[in-house]
Design a protein around this ligand. Structure first.
Ligand SMILES: [Zn+2]
Length: 185
């Protein structure tokens, strides 16, 4: 088992993040579309989370953004993982996931989760003051800051959620744990 926390994501997000064949990431397999595929999808999510738990960081888009991936977050909680809600947009979710995976090699425990919570907020906050550059197939304007510098920025920017114990995120952004909007600046 690697010492670093492993990240669990579904295959759509992994694809948007440009991740393939990375030891730090467990990607939920996509079952073939056929009768019973819902149960097969659930089995695949259980296998992925169980292989990475405990101590893994599960990244999931909200159920209203991707209904098929909805069980992933619940399974993460049940199996003792930290769960961070990604932005609902697939490209934004991929951008945040690519950063979080990069950081997972040198972050530990709560540090990675806090960085992840800020990254999610940055991806969802178009009015952020950081410089921007086009990213992904849709060329969305995402923060144009290197992963190392951005991780330090996230460490300083993180603010706790006023509603839940472990949650927080970017000032003014959503809590990436409970969804509470407008984390205090
Ligand atoms: Zn919260």
């Amino acid at each position: 088992m690697p010492e670093t926390p492993r990240v669990v994501v579904d295959s759509a997000v992994a694809g948007a993040a440009g991740i393939s064949g990375c030891d730090l990431v467990v990607v939920v397999a996509t079952p073939e579309r056929r009768r019973g595929s819902r149960a097969a999808g659930l089995d695949a999510a259980v296998d992925a989370v169980a292989s990475a738990a405990p101590g893994a960081l599960v990244l999931a888009r909200p159920p209203w953004a991707d209904g098929e991936a909805a069980p992933l977050a619940a399974l993460g909680v049940l199996l003792g993982c930290d769960v961070v809600w990604l932005p609902s947009g697939l490209v934004e979710a991929g951008w945040a996931t690519a950063l979080i995976v990069t950081w997972s090699a040198q972050s530990r425990g709560a540090q990675l989760m806090r960085r992840a919570q800020v990254a999610v907020g940055l991806a969802a906050l178009p009015a952020c003051r950081l410089p921007r550059m086009p990213w992904g197939v849709e060329a969305l304007a995402m923060p144009a800051v290197g992963a190392d510098a951005l991780s330090r920025w996230c460490d300083r920017a993180w603010v706790p959620c006023e509603r839940c114990e472990l949650g927080g995120g970017a000032p003014g952004g959503p809590c990436a744990r409970c969804g509470h909007s407008g984390v205090a600046a």
